[in-house]
Each structure stands twice: as C-alpha cells, then as structure tokens.
Ligand binder design. Structure first.
Ligand SMILES: Nc1nc2c(ncn2[C@@H]2O[C@H](COP(=O)(O)OP(=O)(O)OP(=O)(O)O)[C@@H](O)[C@H]2O)c(=O)[nH]1
Ligand SMILES: [Mg+2]
Length: 203
C-alpha cells in the first residue's frame, strides 16, 4: 500500500463494509452420510472445488469443507460435514449432528449393500434429531451403471418415496447431477427455514 492509499484507508469504514457482507451471509450446515466408499468425500470435493480423484482415502472420523453459494439470490455459507461411513466412528458422528440443516444419504448404485444400509442411516439421522432437517437420498457412481447387479433407479426412487424423500442420481466422476443435487438441497433449506434476503445494515 503506498502512502497515498494509506491516507485514504479508513479502518472504521472498512470494518463496516466487511460487516455488511458477513451479516448478509446465512450459515447452513449440511451433513453427508452413507457407507464407506460410496463417494461422499468425492461429491463434496466436486461441489467445492470441481475436482475428482480416483484414489480412495477413507475419511477418518469426519472431514469438513465449505463454499459460499448463492441460492435464490441469497448468499449462503455452506458448511459441509463429511462423516465417515465406518461404524467405528459412530460416537464421533453422534456428537456432530446438532444444528444440521440438511443431510444427504449416499449409496453407491453398483453396491447393493450400500443401498440396503440406507434404513440404518435414516435411523441414525432420526436418533440425533436431524430428521427435522431436509433429507435427500443420493445414488452415486451413476457413470458405472452399466456394471452388473446395479441398484435400479426405479428401486431407489421407490425406497425414497416410501420415506417421503427426494431422490437424486449423481456421478462425482463426471459431475453429472452434482450441481442439481446441491442446488435443490440448498433451495429446500432456504424454503424450509424461510430465509429471506437480509436487508443491508446501516453502519
Ligand atoms: N466411478 C466413480 N467412482 C467414484 C465416484 N465417486 C467416488 N468414486 C470413487 O469411490 C472411492 C470412494 O470415494 P470416497 O468419496 O472417498 O468415499 P466416501 O463415501 O467418502 O468413503 P468414507 O470416507 O470411507 O466414508 C474413491 O476411489 C473414488 O474415486 C463416482 O461417482 N464414480
Ligand atoms: Mg470420505
């Protein structure tokens, strides 16, 4: 900063400008659940950074990501809690559900066991009070649908509708369906919480 800019720089004015921006941002907590290896981390990485990795590094306990996303003209600071699907981390997960605004339950369309586990994940969601949040079901790895013994979209949709949940199909590999998933999930949170554009506060 040169001396001329330095003279123009007013800390109070700057603070008030920053406060206006920060005050206008609504914090949303989103939790990813589902068996190990279903692609939760990859989906979050794709949403936050538009990246995909073929390497599998199992999440240890919990991971975290965030992204500022504007939904229905409202800037949201989306906090993504990426829970490990491993049962050994149940105690850790149980401590971290509070304040959840939305959950997405992920299964791998090529893995029947991960689909059958959805009942258990839904029960866990209910046990920790997160059923009051927006919950959706995600069939991930749709790019591998040509594999044998896949869970059909019809079967998955039926399970979701039995539980009054919306169903999405995604591929974290190709990115198909990922934006739609997060747009609709966050849109539902905005509607459910009746979030409106906050008027800018005066300094
Ligand atoms: N082909 C394909 N592979 C995927 C997709 N999503 C994830 N994978 C792969 O599946 C493996 C597991 O993905 P992760 O995102 O780490 O799985 P996770 O659900 O976070 O697993 P945990 O952290 O153990 O609970 C990795 O090797 C990914 O590259 C996808 O949509 N298509
Ligand atoms: Mg993970």
């Amino acid at each position: 900063m040169n001396s001329e800019n330095c003279l123009k720089w007013n800390p109070k004015e700057l603070e008030s400008k920053v406060r206006k921006v920060v005050d206008g941002i609504v914090w949303i907590k989103v939790v990813a659940l589902g068996n190990t290896g279903t692609g939760k981390t990859c989906l979050i990485k794709h949403f936050c950074e538009s990246k995909f990795s073929n390497c599998y590094h199992a999440t240890v306990g919990v991971d975290y990501g965030f992204k500022i996303q504007t939904v229905k003209e409202i800037p949201l600071r989306v906090h993504l809690w990426d829970f490990s699907g491993d049962s050994q981390y149940y105690d850790i997960r149980s401590e971290l559900y509070s304040g959840t605004d939305a959950c997405f339950l992920v299964f791998d369309v090529t893995n029947q066991a991960s689909f059958q586990s959805l009942d258990g994940w839904l029960r866990e969601t209910g046990r920790f009070g997160a059923l009051n949040s927006v919950v959706v079901v995600v069939g991930n790895k749709a790019d591998l649908r040509s594999n044998k013994n896949c869970v059909s979209a019809a079967e998955a949709r039926k399970w979701a509708s039995t539980h009054k949940l919306q169903y999405f199909e995604t591929s974290a590999f190709s990115g198909d369906g990922v934006s739609k998933l997060f747009e609709e999930l966050l849109g539902a949170v905005v509607s459910a919480k009746k979030i409106n554009l906050r008027p800018a506060t005066s300094s």
